[in-house]
Design a protein around this ligand. Structure first.
Ligand SMILES: Nc1ncnc2c1ncn2[C@@H]1O[C@H](COP(=O)(O)OP(=O)(O)OP(=O)(O)O)[C@@H](O)[C@H]1O
Ligand SMILES: Nc1nc2c(ncn2[C@@H]2O[C@H](COP(=O)(O)O)[C@@H](O)[C@H]2O)c(=O)[nH]1
Length: 603
């Protein structure tokens, strides 16, 4: 693209240097300014239409003179409140094509059926005035801008849900029902771009506007100071929830009735079908909107897979194939079963339990037991296909799926863990996590202290220790915010108490489990120190017949079989029963550790 070679004065074109250590957190903008190191970066805002990019950019430029807005060119018609040269440079398709040919744009793309572009002169005029340049562009534009070498901090703004996005678009009253539908259809693909490695530096969920403005200002301060973005501010993976597209027609009518005004007639030019071929220099074909794709709802924030209904097209399992039992058919949606609830467990009815490592074994059995006893269950794991299977299993058991929330999340990733309480609040606004079962844990058989694989040490430490701590911190902070304290149960394991296979190199794994034992006691003492009613328990099973041994042997089924075939091992449900007992004890009784072995296990 000609424009890529033609670089406006003041725009730094060297590829961004390796991320600096995080000198300043995003929450500490004032410091960032004091530590200014080089030229300001641009602040690039990306996100689906209606998410609030324009609103946020306006707040920044209104509140401080150090920010200026890059006014884009567009071929769409102006809305009633829009001014040429302020909101956009409105232009014709012919003129736009001519400008492209003359290399006037840093980037441009077809978005929702119209052309949009950032001209070199728009960026230049902000930079020349000594201000930080704020850009509001689409995903294709962000990719192209990355290639252009513009030094910038790229912030993806996400909506709390597709429903909120639909509400905002309908409430804005600037698009027709068809245009809103088109923008919402494109939003799913745009949100999925969060998973493109290296495209964005920050993910900001524009839920509460004031909170979002505060967070964006802190990021903007970094841009103003020319600092590198902080590492790790975008989750590793985001999975979108499949849910039907909201009824836009109804929403638009509701919004109009609520405001007692007729929405402004849409000013956008009639939308054109997406071109067969991408426009020259536009992003690759997969960027083009795909109107034929069935509408689907993103569930933000990160890492959510929370279908509201059973997955119909997944692989058939016996559970999935089985018709729902009569109990399910009779039960009104959302009503939780009370039959078979252990004595003392009634207090948890309708409360929320979050279980990690839910895709198999103890985690799976615990989810099942908690749900059958009437709790709302959040099942957290990395494997989406297993969570989908668990969901089908829950359905077959007669659990109302509105009370089951499967979440794809890697507990070793801070950003993913931090979003979990928000995901829960989104599903059940009046709730938070009341019970946390820190079950996820793993071992590797190549981790001896003499010559072990350091990668395996890191994996065990990250999952067993740091994962447990990060999950605990996220949940405790949420309990504190709600001033409602429940119960945290850590899966310590017998290996937290002794080393069964030291000579074979099991010492490191046992060290991580001993750490979990100590952390469990530390957590209990912190709770007592603050006089909080939080209860803390540990459970220490010996050999349980689960995938644990297969994982430890890197998938070797023979090694796994050997480990669990010497005698009748504990079953996952035995451990789930222990969880249920901990939770059923009376208020004055806190179970601190339950040690259980298969009867025949020696040490
Ligand atoms: N946090 C928020 N909560 C509720 N409403 C919001 C929030 N942020 C923005 N809005 C409203 O949502 C609507 C869309 O916002 P805005 O026009 O800024 O979106 P946008 O991302 O710039 O859209 P586009 O890409 O189409 O230009 C506006 O009516 C705005 O007032
Ligand atoms: N690639 C670019 N995208 C742009 C630019 N200016 C705006 N946009 C994006 O277009 C959509 C729709 O905007 P609207 O004003 O019609 O609602 C929005 O998501 C913007 O981010 C640009 O210069 N380049």
């Amino acid at each position: 693209m000609g424009a890529e070679q033609s670089v406006p004065a003041g725009v730094e074109v060297q590829p961004a240097t390796a991320p600096a250590q995080s000198e300043v957190g995003a929450g500490n903008g004032a410091n960032a300014t004091q530590q200014a190191t080089s030229n300001p970066s641009a602040l690039v805002l990306i996100g689906p239409s209606g998410v609030g990019k324009g609103t946020l950019a306006k707040r920044l430029t209104q509140d401080s003179e150090q920010y200026g807005f890059s006014v884009s060119h567009t071929t769409r018609s102006p809305r009633p409140n829009e001014q040429h040269g302020v909101h956009y440079f409105f232009t014709t398709k012919e003129q736009f094509a001519k400008d492209v040919g003359e290399g006037k744009f840093l980037e441009y793309a077809e978005v929702h059926g119209n052309m949009y572009g950032t001209s070199i002169s728009a960026v230049q005029s902000v930079l020349e005035s000594g201000r930080v340049c704020i850009l509001d562009i689409d995903v294709q534009g962000a990719r192209a801008m990355r290639r252009s070498g513009l030094k910038g901090i790229y912030v993806f703004i996400a909506p709390p849900s597709l429903e909120d996005l639909a509400n905002r678009l309908a409430g804005r009253g600037t698009e027709s029902v068809e245009q809103i539908t088109r923008r919402l259809n494109n939003a799913k693909m745009e949100i999925e771009s969060i998973n493109e490695k290296g495209l964005y530096d920050y993910l900001l969920i524009n839920d509460d506007l004031e909170e979002a403005v505060k967070r964006l200002k802190a990021i903007a301060e970094r841009a103003a100071a020319g600092l590198e973005p902080e590492p790790g501010m975008v989750p590793e993976r985001v999975v979108l929830e499949d849910a039907p597209l909201p009824d836009i027609q109804a929403l638009t009518e509701q919004q109009a009735a609520a405001s007692d005004t007729v929405p402004a007639p849409p000013q956008e030019l009639p939308t054109e079908p997406a071109p067969e071929e991408p426009a020259p220099e536009a992003a690759p074909a997969q960027d083009a909107p795909a109107p034929q794709e069935p509408p689907a709802a993103p569930s933000m924030p990160a890492a959510v897979a929370a279908p509201q209904a059973p997955v119909a097209d997944g692989p058939a399992t016996s559970a999935a194939a089985a018709p729902p039992p009569p109990q399910q058919q009779q039960q009104p949606q959302g009503q939780l079963p009370m039959d078979g609830v252990p004595p003392g467990f009634e207090k948890w009815h309708g409360k929320v339990a979050l279980v990690t490592g839910a895709s198999s074994g103890i985690g799976w059995a615990t989810c099942e037991a908690l749900a059958l006893a009437g709790m709302r269950v959040v099942a957290v794991a990395r494997r989406k296909d297993r969570l989908e299977e668990l969901q089908r299993h829950m359905h077959a058991l007669g659990i109302p799926l509105v009370n089951f929330l499967p979440v794809v999340c890697d507990i070793t990733k801070e950003a993913e863990v931090a979003t979990l309480p928000k995901i829960v609040a989104k599903r059940w606004p009046e709730c938070g996590v009341d019970v946390l079962v820190n079950n996820a844990g793993m071992s590797r058989n190549d981790a001896s202290l003499f010559d072990g694989n350091i990668g395996s040490w890191v994996e065990m430490l990250s999952t067993n220790v740091l994962g447990t701590c990060m999950m605990t911190r996220a949940v405790v902070q949420d309990m504190r915010r709600r001033n409602s304290y429940g119960h945290i149960i850590n899966m310590i394991g017998l290996s937290g108490h002794r080393i069964p296979d030291g000579p074979q190199g099991g010492g490191f794994y046992c060290a991580t489990k001993a750490a979990v034992k100590t952390i469990t006691e530390g957590l209990r003492q912190e709770a007592r120190g603050e006089r909080l009613p939080l209860r803390v328990s540990g459970i220490s099973p010996g050999i349980v017949e689960t995938e644990f041994f297969a994982v430890r042997a890197f998938g070797d089924p023979e090694a796994a079989r050997k480990a669990t075939s010497q005698f009748k091992c504990l079953q996952p449900v035995d451990v789930a029963d222990a969880v249920m007992w901990c939770l059923s004890c009376p208020e004055h009784m806190e179970v601190n550790d339950i040690v259980v072995r298969p009867t025949e296990q020696l040490i």
